[in-house]
Design a protein. Structure first.
Length: 343
């Protein structure tokens, strides 16, 4: 992966300024890559003498509670003291990690937009980033934002600058965004980066267990319910979808992050090329899309659900009822198939 020398120079010049007030932000419903990249980058910035506040729009999943420095993350939605709003208003620089448009911050978007003087730096691996950033590191070919942060640290300060604490954080994002190194963009560069992280002494099996083997009983039972009762196959068994209403999730004591990975499961069926998960929220339905091969769910999400993401992993929203959303999905899949876009 080739980083822009011009942008590296601009970033180096920005960070050379003394004691900046910096905010890092990542997308709504933050995952391991969003949290890991933000916290690791904050470690770098603090090492340079800057004042850093890490902010997320809403709560991260409970199975990330163990991550180093997680307690310093300010959750905007529950920030009764107004720490996040104050930090954003006073920021000299805002680092935007693991999202490609300020709208992805949802309830935090207006607060970020209100600061019109801070230097905005994008560090992200999603397709088609919005304009409005002063320095841009947009690399859709990167498997994760954590991998991109690793490459930035290496380019700026050398791999020896990566501490064990940073390595733990970066490994979480690299592991989770690749499905434990099973998805696309698995390059030699990525595995060289993983080797460098391992050399710091991190315990990889322990990190895996902390993330993937730390669910609640309710989550395990919800998963069984979703697969057994809610998974549907269409288009001659090549496309799948699941849906969960709020009352169904409450039955299983749903917590933020409990549906993580559900959408991927249908792709373990040999014929399935595309899968969707519809999750009901109070005001809208959140849609997760996954695919394999040449089926482009980024295109599908942009065209039909005002969303986007990666070729094989994307998302969107619907403001219709659940049944109307599912009907729209079925019609859209049929149209997609008629255009030869389902392979």
């Amino acid at each position: 992966m080739k980083l822009s020398e011009k942008h590296i120079g601009s970033l180096r010049e920005l960070l050379a300024r003394p004691r900046l007030r910096i905010v890092t932000v990542s997308h709504a419903n933050p995952d391991g890559d969003a949290v890991g990249s933000s916290l690791a980058w904050a470690e770098v910035l603090r090492g340079l003498g800057h004042e850093v506040t890490c902010i997320v729009p809403n709560k991260y999943p409970y199975f990330l509670d163990w991550m180093p420095g997680i307690g310093e993350v300010v959750v905007f939605k529950t920030d009764a003291e107004g720490r996040a709003a104050k930090a954003v208003a006073e920021a000299d620089a805002i680092f935007c990690l693991d999202f490609n448009a300020v709208s992805r911050l949802e309830i935090l978007s207006a607060t970020i937009e209100a600061n019109t003087t801070a230097c905005r730096v994008l560090i992200d691996h999603h397709l088609q980033p919005d304009e409005g950033f002063d320095i841009v590191f947009s690399h859709p070919e990167a498997s994760s934002t954590c991998f991109l942060v690793y490459c930035l640290v290496e380019a700026l300060y050398g791999r020896e600058a990566v501490t064990r604490r940073m390595a733990e954080l970066l490994y979480v994002g690299m592991m989770t965004d690749t499905g434990n190194f099973a998805f696309s963009h698995l390059t030699p560069e990525l595995f060289r980066a993983v080797a460098a992280l391992a050399e710091t002494g991190i315990r990889i099996p322990e990190i895996y267990n902390n993330v993937y083997n730390a669910y609640t009983e309710g989550r395990a039972r919800l998963f069984g319910y979703a697969i057994n009762r809610k998974m549907n196959l269409i288009e001659d068994g090549t496309v799948a979808y699941m849906s969960l209403m709020e009352n169904e999730m409450r039955r299983f004591q749903f917590q933020q992050g409990d549906s993580e990975g559900f959408v991927n499961y249908a792709l373990t069926i040999k014929k399935v090329k595309m899968s969707a998960m519809f999750l009901a929220h109070r005001k809208f339905i959140r849609i997760s899309l996954r695919s394999r091969g040449d089926v482009d769910v980024n295109l599908f999400a942009r065209r039909y659900f005002n969303g986007g993401g990666h070729k094989n992993a994307a998302g969107g929203k619907s403001f219709l009822t659940m049944q109307e959303t599912i009907d729209h999905y079925v019609r859209s899949v049929r149209e997609f198939a008629e255009e030869g876009l389902l392979g």
